[in-house]
Design a protein around this ligand. Structure first.
Ligand code: SF4
Length: 474
């Protein structure tokens, strides 16, 4: 509109998703074993991969090379994250939304959706229910609506942190909400959030335009693409990326995610803290377009390739997936999962055994309790963790990288995981889960080197058992 001053788009806010380049890489010649092994060696040296190297892993579909990629992803997961799996739960706060995304049951045109926004008192009730199960880390989820402005989000975060139940408390609150401007992020930063997550949903421009109407805020591809750049510019430390697999060709989306991670690393000296890779699921009032649905074997490749491409970014596998898929894919690079999740508004106090589709964004694949998931993880040799110490010790963003790159982080992760696990075993575990957990704690301690540090860990574990302390981390 004439007369309006030209909007100064900062130099970084260009469209860095070069569609022709990415599509060109995907139609390139299949790499040979030597090329793939060189790329794998770079990952195992804990170096992030370029988009071109990632593309080579994507188009290498020779079965023997796919197996080598799987084996390398398992190995890198062990090297960087050990057997630790961090646990969290989602808490949906409000599902009013002005957007009309074709794949989402919260879209404004879905008149059958039960609309609701939790009051602060209802938020407290949900948080108490989650704390009484043993949760310590939450992600709050909001539709895009003027009701959910930065002030409302910040107030809700403060309500969550202020809510306690017995030994229960939430120690880290992440956010999944709409992109904000610098001022909005600054307001939320004040409330002490952890990660701000924005999913681009798809990086493919024509698909994006087709499924996000242009007359809705989410129709603006570039504003969303730079949502997390503004978050960094406003002083947030940790951000999370994601796409909804099944909207377009998964191979292209993997390259889009890596392009985005490298863009952030290049311009802000820190990559994404996490990447999520949800798959399209049945949803109320939504007709699923099945052209690009991702099957389990390709989904496994997605996780393994991302593991190798971004060694220091946490990979989140959610309860969208069923228990069998989660159990199998955990080993290929996943570092965080949710458990005991309910995504109906008010679901942690109101939902029964069956899911209520007209009250949730999509249908979950895994609604087992936290305790069941904990038991299975430990039977499979994983160390469940509710750790939040990096975030609370200022080891975030660039500082997290400083710590994690030389591998020191493992020195902290395992002891802190053991401490949070012991708390869980004392305060929330079923007798069976406690039995499995106690045996795992002994086993993990057996792997640690004898010395002062180990004695300190053992003393802190004893304090927890004797109810003398809680929340003691390194
Ligand atoms: S995907 Fe998000 S923005 Fe789109 S309709 Fe659903 S809640 Fe709204």
């Amino acid at each position: 509109m004439c007369g309006m001053p030209a909007i100064q788009i900062p130099a970084k806010a260009y469209d860095f998703i070069d569609e022709a380049h990415l599509s060109g890489l995907l139609s390139g010649k299949r790499p040979d074993a030597g090329q793939i092994r060189e790329i794998i060696a770079k990952s195992l040296a804990k170096e992030a991969l370029s988009v071109e190297e990632t593309a080579a892993l994507v188009i290498a579909d020779q079965p023997e090379l796919v197996e080598e990629i799987f084996a390398a992803a398992r190995q890198l997961k062990q090297q960087v994250y050990g057997n630790r799996i961090v646990l969290f739960a989602p808490l949906y706060i409000g599902n009013n939304c002005v957007n009309d995304c074709s794949y989402c049951s919260f879209k404004r045109s879905n008149k059958g959706m039960v609309r609701r926004t939790l009051s602060q008192q209802e938020v407290r009730e949900q948080v108490v229910a989650l704390e009484d199960k043993g949760h310590k880390r939450l992600i709050l989820v909001f539709g895009e609506h003027r009701q959910y402005d930065p002030r409302f989000i910040a107030d809700t975060v403060r309500t969550v942190y202020a809510t306690r139940s017995g030994h229960g408390e939430i120690r880290r609150v992440n956010i999944n909400a709409a992109p904000l401007d610098h001022e909005g992020y600054a307001a939320i930063r004040e409330a002490g959030i952890g990660t701000y997550q924005i999913f681009q949903e798809t990086y493919h421009h024509p698909t994006y335009a087709r499924i996000h109407p242009g007359n809705t805020p989410k129709g603006d591809y570039l504003y969303r693409l730079h949502g997390l750049s503004r978050a960094f510019e406003a002083g947030l430390d940790d951000v999370g990326l994601g796409v909804l697999f099944g909207l377009y060709d998964w191979r292209f989306e993997v390259l889009g995610l890596v392009s985005h991670a490298l863009h952030l690393q290049h311009h802000y000296q820190v990559g994404p803290h996490t990447i999520s890779f949800p798959r399209l699921r049945p949803a109320h009032g939504v007709e699923v377009d099945s052209r690009y649905l991702v099957d389990d074997s390709d989904f496994k490749r997605i996780i393994a390739i991302l593991r190798l491409a971004v060694p220091y970014t946490g990979l989140i596998l959610t309860a969208r997936e069923n228990p069998e898929v989660r159990r199998e894919l955990m080993a290929f690079g996943v570092s965080q999962i949710d458990a005991g999740s309910r995504i109906e508004l008010g679901g942690y106090t109101e939902a029964g055994d069956a899911q209520v589709m007209e009250r949730e964004q999509f249908c979950l694949g895994d609604i087992r309790s936290l305790d069941e998931v904990m038991g299975e993880l430990m039977e499979d040799g994983y160390l469940p963790s509710f750790c939040t110490s990096c975030y609370r010790s200022g080891r975030t963003g660039e500082h997290f990288m400083e710590f994690s790159i030389p591998g020191f982080i493992k020195e902290f992760c395992t002891p802190n995981a053991l401490l949070t696990l012991q708390e869980y075993l004392e305060d929330y575990a079923s007798p069976e889960t406690r039995r499995v957990g106690e045996a795992l704690v002994v086993e993990e301690l057996g792997r640690l080197e004898d010395g002062d540090f180990k004695e300190t860990i053992c003393a802190r574990l004893a304090d927890i058992r004797e109810m003398k302390s809680r929340d003691c981390y390194f």
